[in-house]
Design a binder for this molecule. Structure first.
Ligand code: NAP
Length: 313
């Protein structure tokens, strides 16, 4: 079993920053991820709201953060975490590639995109249904695409898709977007973007086993329509990636992790940062701030553990 002071699970901006702070405080740190570092930043084209950069590509910011976070000796390794055992002063992390023992666990596993759950969505995934415009947008050069959703992701990714697609139709279930005002203004000004309001999406339609459109019912008139589209990008919200942590008793009823202002959960030695936390503002900037706090708190917690041991003797 490999032993560390701190194991960070998840290498998005929150996890990477936690590792930077903890390793700079001279703790031994392992960052585990089941994929490449960067998390959802890798699925984002232009990041415009992270200070210091007018605009930066998501994968480029991932690379920069990874370099910073490993410069003081933090290890980075592959591991899909299956479960965690709380043994008091140590936590044992079981992954598909071996076990780790740690004094502090920092959970930074983030969230994943939700599905709408309509016919065609699952079957046509990879055949025109996508949850990542940056990854799949290029397949739809010069074609009509649809985006389902009305939040920041739907509008931001819709705007991104206009660089590639002939037209982008944003299909939303209400008559008002949830997205930030700046994104809304940009989308309303973009000639390539059309909107369908009050739409209850019923099906992703297909032709020759590929997406041909999005079928919806107009909630006001009750009429059924199809938006013809070769690509259907689904952005209807997110859910936490917390299944391995169910046994720790730190999840709320929807699976998000509750922490205090020090990013501490109710289990001593277990912290959480970034999108996986129950909170209002899920941003790279907030994840980074929380990572800094958790990294420093990891140091404080370990100091207290060793102080307690000294006073016991
Ligand atoms: P979100 O803010 O939860 O928005 C989800 C959208 O999908 C809402 O408009 C919602 O409609 C709609 N929706 C939900 N369930 C649906 C269903 N079953 N069928 C059809 N539509 C449905 O999710 P998000 O846009 O993925 O954003 C997630 C988080 O990341 C947010 O905190 C967001 O601010 C953040 N984010 C920030 C940026 C940025 O700052 N640039 C970029 C991307 C994401 P209603 O509006 O009616 O609820």
């Amino acid at each position: 079993m490999k032993t560390y002071d701190v194991v960070v699970i998840g290498a998005g901006p929150g996890g990477l920053t936690a590792a930077l702070y903890a390793s700079r405080a001279n703790l031994s740190v392992m960052i585990l991820d089941r994929g490449i570092y960067g998390g959802q930043m890798n699925n984002t084209a232009a990041i415009e709201n992270y200070p210091g950069f007018d605009s930066i590509l998501g994968p480029d910011l991932s690379e920069k953060m990874y370099k910073s976070s490993t410069q003081f000796g933090a290890d980075f390794g592959y591991g899909a975490v299956e479960s965690v055992e709380d043994k008091g002063d140590v936590k044992v992390i079981h992954t598909d590639d071996g076990d780790y023992e740690t004094k502090v666990l920092i959970i930074a596993t983030g969230s994943q995109y939700k599905k709408i759950g309509v016919p065609g969505e699952e079957e046509l995934s990879g055949r025109g249904v996508s949850y990542c415009a940056v990854c799949d947008g290029a397949f739809f050069k010069g074609q009509d695409v649809a985006v389902v959703g009305g939040g920041d992701s739907a509008v931001e990714e819709g705007i991104y898709l206009t660089q590639l697609a002939k037209s982008v139709t944003i299909i939303h279930r209400r008559d008002q977007l949830r997205a930030q005002k700046i994104l809304q203004d940009r989308a309303f000004k973009n000639d390539k973007i059309k909107f369908v309001w009050n739409a209850d999406v019923k099906e992703i339609t297909s032709e020759d086993e590929k997406v041909s459109g999005v079928k919806y019912v107009d909630k006001k008139t009750g009429e059924e329509h199809v938006v013809p589209a070769k690509g259907a990008f689904i952005y209807v919200g997110i859910k936490p990636m917390t299944t391995p942590f169910k046994g720790l008793g730190v999840l709320d009823e929807d699976g998000w992790i509750k922490t205090d202002e020090h990013m501490a959960t109710k289990v001593p030695g277990v912290f959480a940062v970034g999108d996986v936390r129950k909170k209002d503002l899920r941003q790279i900037a907030t994840a980074v701030g929380e990572g800094g706090i958790a990294g420093q708190q990891a140091f404080n917690y370990i100091q207290e553990l060793s102080d307690d041991k000294v006073s016991e003797h």
